[in-house]
Design a protein around this ligand. Structure first.
Ligand code: NCD
Length: 304
C-alpha cells in the first residue's frame, strides 16, 4: 500500500480495503515491533473514549510511544492557536499524527501542513474513515463480507459520520441492498444516496424499522448525535426515535448481526448484549487490529 495519509473514506480503493482487512486479521492478538522508535501523536479536540484509546493501544502494541491531547481545554487550541500552527508544531514532535476535530473538512485542511502519516479520527459530522474500516472488518468476520448482504443503517443518518464513511466503502463492493432507516429530519444526506444510485446499488429510505427487520443481514445502529443539534429542544424531539430491544432482534433473521460504533445512549437495551446477534463489543476489539494495520502500513509507506 502506498498511502501515507487518510482523511476520508471517499478515496479508498477496493484493493486497499481488502489489503487492510488481511493485515488486521494477521495482526490479531499480536504485539510487534513494526513501529519501534516511532512517536504517535493523538490529538483529540473533541471527546472520545474508544477511538483514542484504541489508536493508543494499537500504537503500543506495534512498539511505538504515544503523546496525546485528550482534552482541547488543556492545549493551546483553547488560547486561539490555528489548526495550521497546531499541525506544524505537532509534526516536529511526532512521526505519525491522529486527529479528531469538531469541524467538517478539518482533516483535509490539516494535511496541507504536514506530509507525515496522518489519520482522520473524525471531523465533526463529516467523516470517520478508520471507523468505517473497522466496521468493514467486523462485517467480514461476522457476516462473511459485504457482497450480497442487505445492510441497514438506523438512527441519526444525517449527523452520523460513521454512516457516511461506511457508505463510501459499501460502494466498493456489491451489497444486495442498503436500507436507511431514520426519522425524516435525520435522513442521510442526498450525496450518499446519489452515490449508491450512480453505482447501481439498490437502496431504500424509510422510517419504519420493525417491518424491515426480516430482510436485514447487518444492522448498523447509531446514536442520535446530540452535540450536532442547534438546540436541546430539537435533540429531545429526536431522542429515543429507535430502541433495539431483544423483542426487536427476534423479528430478524437468526444470522442477523448488529453493529454500533458506540457510545450508545438508549438505542440498544442491555438485554440485547448477551444475544449472539450483538456484535458491538467484538467490533470494539476489531478496532484495535484495524488501527494497528493502518498505523503500520501508512508509516511503512512514508518511512520506507
Ligand atoms: C462514533 C463517533 O465518534 O463518530 N464513535 C466512535 O468513534 N466509536 C459514533 C458516535 O459518537 O456516536
Amino acid at each position: 500500500m502506498n498511502r501515507t495519509q487518510l482523511f476520508t473514506s471517499a478515496d479508498l480503493t477496493r484493493e486497499e480495503v481488502d489489503f487492510l482487512l488481511e493485515e488486521a486479521e494477521s495482526l490479531r492478538g499480536k504485539n510487534t515491533e513494526d513501529l519501534k522508535g516511532k512517536v504517535v501523536a493523538t490529538l483529540f479536540l473533541e471527546p472520545s473514549t474508544r477511538t483514542r484509546l484504541s489508536f493508543e493501544t494499537a500504537a503500543h502494541r506495534l512498539g511505538a510511544s504515544v503523546i496525546t491531547i485528550a482534552d482541547p481545554k488543556t492545549s493551546s487550541v483553547s488560547k486561539g492557536e490555528t489548526l495550521a500552527d497546531t499541525i506544524r508544531v505537532v509534526e516536529k514532535y511526532a512521526d505519525i499524527i491522529v486527529m479528531r476535530h469538531p469541524t467538517p473538512g478539518s482533516a483535509e485542511e490539516a494535511v496541507k501542513y504536514t506530509k507525515k502519516p496522518f489519520l482522520n479520527a473524525g471531523d465533526g459530522p463529516n467523516q470517520h474513515p478508520t471507523q468505517s474500516l473497522l466496521d468493514t472488518y467486523t462485517i467480514k468476520r461476522e457476516a462473511g463480507g459485504i457482497d450480497g448482504k442487505t445492510i441497514a443503517f438506523v438512527g441519526d443518518l444525517k449527523y452520523g459520520r460513521t454512516v457516511h464513511s461506511l457508505t463510501y466503502i459499501l460502494c466498493l463492493y456489491k451489497p444486495a441492498k442498503v436500507i436507511y432507516i431514520s426519522p425524516p429530519e435525520l435522513k442521510v444526506p442526498e450525496k450518499y444516496t446519489q452515490m449508491l444510485k450512480d453505482k447501481g446499488i439498490e437502496f431504500e429510505e424509510t422510517a419504519d424499522l420493525d417491518s424491515k427487520m426480516p430482510e436485514i443481514d447487518v444492522l448498523y445502529m447509531t446514536r442520535i448525535q446530540q452535540e450536532r443539534f442547534e438546540s436541546e429542544a430539537e435533540y429531545l424531539k429526536m431522542k429515543g426515535s429507535y430502541v433495539m430491544t431483544s423483542a426487536t432482534v427476534k423479528l430478524g433473521k437468526k444470522s442477523l448481526r448488529i453493529l454500533h460504533p458506540l457510545p450508545r445512549v438508549d438505542e440498544i437495551t442491555p438485554d440485547v448484549d448477551d444475544m449472539e446477534q450483538s456484535a458491538c463489543f467484538r467490533q470494539v476489539e476489531n478496532g484495535v487490529y484495524m488501527r494497528m494495520a493502518l498505523l503500520k502500513n501508512l508509516s511503512k509507506a512514508y518511512y520506507k
